[in-house]
Design a protein around this ligand. Structure first.
Ligand SMILES: CC(=O)N[C@H]1[C@@H](OP(=O)(O)OP(=O)(O)OC[C@H]2O[C@@H](n3ccc(=O)[nH]c3=O)[C@H](O)[C@@H]2O)O[C@H](CO)[C@@H](O)[C@@H]1O[C@H](C)C(=O)N[C@@H](C)C(=O)N[C@H](CCC(=O)O)C(=O)O
Ligand SMILES: Nc1ncnc2c1ncn2[C@@H]1O[C@H](COP(=O)(O)OP(=O)(O)OP(=O)(O)O)[C@@H](O)[C@H]1O
Ligand SMILES: N[C@H](CCC[C@H](N)C(=O)O)C(=O)O
Ligand SMILES: [Mg+2]
Length: 493
């Protein structure tokens, strides 16, 4: 509960009508989630305009509106007008929840790939050090073992503030969160008080939204620009990434670098990548330590270095860091092995960018005993430029590719596949087939696998749905793969 007058403090109000001395029970940007006593913030969006939903919002009990244009039919409802409601939302959200991010340490992880993995590694280390930690991102918002699914990797400011408030009220020390470029660009995190920021990497993605790679990078840089030059504030930057200097130069805060390169402050040497995990020597200016991760792949060594660099700078002891990192047994949908007693390997992974796919397939090549069969597609209503690039990478790095569908959304699945095939065809003698139905595609891969082959099912990882037109169809790569493996094992008995 908060008084409306206090809620709008910090906003540049153009005009108000109605009583400002009202108790507001909640702040909401979606009319479908309004409850009696709420403030409805009307946002003109990319698809629809929130101002068009004033009537249902008032019908559901909204007693105040924050608008940027005149609205009708609002008798008895207080209306506050500002220039930009999207920019106003995080301010109102922070006022409503009392800026909880100032009452704990807030760690933001950004980058094209590795955010979910790195937030989990950091969380494990912090928990090992005895701290109470909330974690939020693509998989869930999790606090004290309770998981809540969120609409986005980085949800709207109101949802973020609500979660952090709960963590603070229940004694949390940290919140570790993924920060997407969309969230940075759309101001979802504008009022959060980050203490440290981690940059994993920058490669092509989301060029449907950010028009150029420079725009995309600029969005990510926002997180680093706002850190301060004061004790406790620092940036953790991947020295192996070509953009690292831009991130270093953008932040006024202290910087710690990590990477495979000798120049990084926190680095890995003697790296060994194996099917079930990876080992490396963690080196930092004052010492070194041998580590054995349960996560396979070079890229996960990089993610572990990010977490270690953060934790060392945070003052956590190297032994605790080692235990915390080694404890992580796997992250749902990230290089997740599907085992049903078959004599070939099946891996489900969330690689959905060219860089992600290349990394996963190169790791697969390093550990595979025989052929690699790759099943993948590309998301509809998303960066079209990724499609031929991913097609080319799959053809180059696999022995056989099955091009299929991955959340076609409003697009024609076959048109997406055609874009991918353009890239596949660039590779001479590429061996591939097109099977638009993902279930059939997975079945085909499982049935053609021979002993010691490796089937990689990429793109959907932990997802439990397929988005087709306006439908959300239940679909889980891991479950579908299991069904086909079991069927095949039974048929030979
Ligand atoms: C580009 C983008 O991020 N758009 C998000 C944004 O949309 P928008 O503001 O344009 O909303 P809109 O759908 O046009 O609606 C306008 C307003 O009307 C409201 N409305 C709408 C319908 C209704 O009946 N009543 C109502 O009040 C909406 O709640 C909204 O406030 O705000 C909406 C409400 O929160 C989001 O659902 C929507 O996410 C879209 C669907 C989306 O797909 N976003 C993805 C790309 C995204 O954000 N991804 C990132 C990165 C992922 C990663 O790589 O890690 C993420 O953080 O998840
Ligand atoms: N450091 C990395 N560099 C390159 N690829 C990576 C890295 N870490 C993970 N990947 C690949 O990217 C996939 C997604 O990893 P993860 O979920 O950690 O990234 P994310 O940044 O959270 O993704 P999203 O943007 O969808 O939330 C993994 O399944 C793996 O294939
Ligand atoms: N965070 C990414 C996830 C993509 C996952 C892939 N399965 C797809 O749907 O394209 C996005 O929203 O673009
Ligand atoms: Mg993620």
């Amino acid at each position: 509960m908060a008084r409306l007058e206090n809620l709008i403090s910090g906003l540049e109000v153009i005009e108000t009508s109605g009583d400002l001395d009202k108790e507001i029970k909640g702040v909401q940007y979606d009319s479908r989630k309004i409850e009696p006593g709420y403030l409805f913030v009307c946002i003109p969006g990319f698809k629809v305009d929130g101002h068009d939903y004033v009537l249902p919002a008032v019908g559901a009990g909204a007693i105040a509106l924050l608008v940027e244009k005149p609205v009708a039919g609002t008798q008895g409802v207080t209306v506050v007008r500002v220039k930009d409601t999207r920019k106003a939302l995080p301010i109102v959200a922070s006022n409503f929840y009392g800026a909880p991010s100032r009452q704990l340490r807030l760690i933001g992880v950004t980058g094209t790939n590795g955010k979910t993995t790195t937030t989990h590694l950091i969380t494990s280390v912090l928990e090992e050090a005895g701290y109470q930690v909330g974690i939020l991102g693509t998989l869930y918002a999790r606090w004290r073992g309770k998981q809540e699914s969120m609409a986005h990797t980085t949800p709207e400011s109101v949802d973020l503030e609500r979660f952090i408030r709960r963590v603070v009220d229940e004694g949390g020390d940290y919140t570790v969160m993924e920060v997407s470029s969309h969230a940075l660009d759309l101001g979802r995190v504008d009022c959060l008080d980050f203490d440290a920021a981690v940059f994993t990497n920058l490669t092509q993605d989301h060029l449907d939204y950010h028009r150029t790679m420079d725009d995309y990078r600029e969005a990510k840089l926002k997180l680093f620009r706002r850190l301060k030059n004061k004790d406790g504030h620092f940036a953790v930057i991947n020295r192996d990434d070509p953009s690292w200097t831009v991130f270093r130069d953008a932040t006024p805060s202290r910087v710690v670098t990590y990477g495979i390169t000798d120049e990084a402050a926190v680095r890995a040497t003697e790296v060994r990548v194996e099917p079930e995990g990876s080992c490396f020597t963690l080196k930092w200016p004052e010492g070194d330590l041998r580590l054995s991760l349960n996560l396979s792949g070079w890229f996960n060594v990089s993610n572990a270095l990010a977490a270690a660099a953060f934790a060392l700078k945070e003052g956590i002891s190297p032994e605790v860091i080692k235990r915390g990192l080694e404890k992580v047994s796997g992250i749902p949908g990230r290089f997740e092995t599907v085992k049903c007693g078959q004599d070939f390997t099946v891996i489900v992974d969330y690689a959905h960018t060219p860089d992600g796919l290349e990394n996963i397939l190169k790791t697969a090549r390093a550990i595979a005993k025989k052929r690699i069969i790759t099943v993948f597609g590309c998301g509809g209503d998303r960066d079209r430029g990724k499609r031929p690039l991913m097609g080319k990478i799959a053809a180059e790095c696999s022995d056989f590719s099955i091009i299929t569908s991955d959340n076609p959304r409003s697009e024609d699945p076959l048109a997406i596949i055609e874009d991918i095939v353009t890239g596949v065809k660039k590779v001479p003698n590429s061996r591939y087939t097109v099977i638009a139905d993902r279930r059939v595609a997975i079945g085909q891969a499982i049935n053609m696998a021979q002993a010691e082959d490796m089937v990689i099912i990429a793109g959907k990882g932990h997802e439990t749905y397929q988005l087709l037109k306006d439908e959300v169809l239940p679909f889980d790569d891991r479950e579908v793969a299991k069904e086909f493996i079991k069927e095949r094992l039974q048929s030979v008995q």
